[in-house]
Design a protein around this ligand. Structure first.
Ligand SMILES: Cc1cc2nc3c(=O)[nH]c(=O)nc-3n(C[C@H](O)[C@H](O)[C@H](O)COP(=O)(O)O)c2cc1C
Length: 376
């Protein structure tokens, strides 16, 4: 049977990118996008963050900002779906045009600016999902015109806590002025300590521990990476998502939209984001879960991210160019690559490329990959 996406692709591509995205979501919500037959591959099952992931391949934040299509998206074969970014109050985002396809580069530039319906509508939508259909995380952010930055994140955490399987704190979108400053210095320490304290209160109130992840940018210097790794470990953050879109523009870009402002995602982001992932694996010594995102298109890409230190993976832009069938292709290809290298489960391959490199100085990882989940 022909892949549904290849049938629809010419029509979707004739529409402006945002209209195509809306139409795809509309079709998903109405179950017009046929679900794939679920196939469980034992080598790809992951226990991490205290959760069971049937597959490490997840959908990255930003595709389903208002949590309207979780069941349908999980039905496309993802091991988990990250919804959001949601901000406390609804906001329209930046003015249009704000989303650009860089077709010949297999990339996207977006400067959407957290367009979303706000927490109240989000939670109503989120709770309509079938809770048995799979893992759904919630990515939280701050409102553009809010001066109470920390308070926005705490509100987000408190409101989503009872419902989320995990929460990602997005401090790395390039499209909200000042947001990325939260990745540095005193601002980061203050935010993390407020979040950890709020989470501790939520644990007592709801009697459940919801993992807290931090989503970082791929545009960080060595000092910033070290400080984030140190602060995350010290605060007790459960994981890092590495990472968001980049403000850099590789000279290889050919598309006429390459000069648009905003965050670049897709293929040109792969090398940079994988390097940053590898740095964070080294800096955190495999002690917390790293989620690898940025330019994953093939099983080879996915495997490189795992070997660089990712326990879980996320993708977005590949869906725009390849459709949802990319998920199944990644899973099958990943299983083959693991088997070829003699790994019976993906966990054994996590950080393999970092662990085999000679360690130089204090940052080297030359010990066994270990997280608390291995004791489960
Ligand atoms: C159109 C678009 C919207 C996005 N919106 C968000 C968002 O709201 N929150 C977020 O944390 N990341 C957002 N992202 C970033 C993705 O989640 C992901 O981190 C990034 O695109 C790298 O992965 P990719 O190369 O597979 O797309 C967005 C990306 C795109 C392309």
């Amino acid at each position: 049977m022909a892949d549904w996406f290849s049938v629809l692709r010419p029509a979707l591509y004739r529409l402006p990118p945002e209209a195509a995205h809306r139409l795809a979501l509309w079709a998903l919500v109405r179950c017009l996008w046929p679900p794939v037959k679920a196939t469980l591959i034992p080598a790809l099952e992951v226990r991490a963050l205290g959760l069971y992931f049937p597959s490490p391949i997840g959908l990255a934040a930003g595709f389903d900002k208002n949590a309207i299509a979780i069941n349908a998206l999980l039905g496309q074969g993802f091991g988990f779906v990250e919804t959001g970014t949601v901000t406390p109050r609804p906001q329209p985002g930046n003015s249009r045009p704000r989303l650009f396809r860089l077709g010949c580069d297999e990339a996207i530039i977006n400067r959407l600016g957290f367009n979303n319906d706000g927490l109240e509508v989000f939670i109503k939508n989120f709770n309509r999902r079938d809770k048995n259909s799979g893992i759904a995380g919630i990515n939280i952010g701050k409102n553009k015109n809010s001066s109470a930055t920390v308070a926005d994140y705490i509100t987000g955490l408190q409101v989503v806590y009872p419902y989320a399987d995990y929460v990602t704190v997005n401090i790395s979108s390039p499209n909200t002025a000042g947001l990325r400053d939260l990745q540095r210095g005193e601002a980061l320490t203050q935010l993390l300590s407020a979040l950890i304290q709020a989470r501790a209160e939520c644990v007592l109130t709801y009697n459940r521990h919801v993992p807290l992840l931090l989503k970082v940018a791929p545009d960080l210097n060595d000092e910033e990476k070290e400080a984030i790794a140190h602060s995350a470990l010290a605060a007790g953050i459960d994981g890092l998502v590495i990472g968001n879109t980049t403000l850099s523009r590789p000279p290889s870009l050919k598309s006429r939209h390459a000069g648009e402002s905003g965050g670049l995602s897709g293929r040109p982001l792969f090398a940079r984001s994988t390097e940053v992932l590898q740095d964070f694996y080294r800096l955190t010594g495999g002690k917390i879960v790293l989620v690898g995102a940025g330019g994953i298109f093939s099983a080879d890409d996915a495997y490189k991210k795992i070997r660089a230190g990712a326990t879980l993976l996320q993708l977005y832009t590949a869906i725009i160019y390849r459709g949802f069938s990319v998920v199944r292709n990644l899973q099958e290809g990943l299983a083959t690559l693991l088997e070829k290298d003699g790994f019976t489960n993906i966990r054994q391959a996590v950080g393999a490329d970092v662990r085999t490199q000679p360690s130089c100085g204090s940052g080297g990882v030359n010990h066994r990959h270990h997280t608390s989940d291995e004791q489960d």
